[in-house]
Design a protein around this ligand. Structure first.
Ligand code: GLN
Length: 211
């Protein structure tokens, strides 16, 4: 089984861990560089992207994580995690650090005050079976995506979606997966299973041994 880390600085770490285990992975929490060095893939949970980025700096994880991402570490970012992985952020805080690696521009808190939180059933490419029930919480959307980014899901045109209809909310670029929404909150592990399969396909090359 691949060993997948959940960045455990803030956010719904336990829910992600449970979904990854249901998806077939072995899971550890990551708070330090030695833990980051062990994993074959990493989940960046939702929370508050500015806070997480500051904590990454405090825990001396910012540069090691950038280096592992640049070397091809598979990563899955949900909500704030998507913001952290994006090359560019609209409406970000000036003191927000970016990890980069995902060639998208995201708009932070994009859905606006009146739809702080909403839910929608989405067709997600790569996830078979019924639509994915997506929970959005002060979510970003992908404003634009580079040519090598695969769009996996868009908000359908519905009353709940309003002006958000058609917006990109799930993407993949190589070994990096990101969603605006929180599949870890619904008890449906299919999105996590997709990530576990990506990690498995990438192999355990990334796993380094402690010296
Ligand atoms: N609004 C948050 C941010 O800017 C993201 C919300 C979430 O992760 N649920 O980071």
């Amino acid at each position: 089984r691949p060993l997948i880390g959940v960045l455990a600085l803030q956010g719904d770490v336990r829910e992600h861990s449970a979904a990854l285990e249901a998806g077939g992975a072995e899971v550890i929490t990551v708070r330090r560089e030695s833990e980051l060095a062990e994993v074959d893939g990493l989940v960046l949970p939702g929370g508050e992207s500015t806070t997480i980025s500051r904590l990454l700096a405090t825990f001396d994880l910012l540069d090691p994580l950038r280096a592992r991402l640049a070397a091809g570490l598979p990563a899955y970012g949900s909500c704030a995690g998507l913001i952290l992985l994006a090359e560019k952020v609209i409406d970000g805080r000036p003191d927000q650090h970016q990890l980069g690696g995902l060639d998208v521009i995201v708009r932070r808190n994009a859905f606006g005050r009146q739809v702080d939180s909403f839910e929608e059933d989405l067709q997600v490419t790569g996830v078979d079976g019924p639509p994915v029930h997506a929970v959005f919480i002060r979510a970003p959307w992908v404003e634009s995506a580079g040519p090598t980014v695969e769009v996996l899901a868009r908000v359908p045109d519905s009353q709940a979606a309003g002006a958000a209809a058609g917006r990109i909310v799930a993407v993949r670029q190589g070994n990096v997966l990101a969603t605006s929404f929180h599949p870890e909150l619904t008890g449906d592990a299919r999105v996590h299973r997709l990530f576990v399969d990506m990690v498995r396909a990438a192999g355990v090359r990334g796993r380094t041994t402690e010296s």
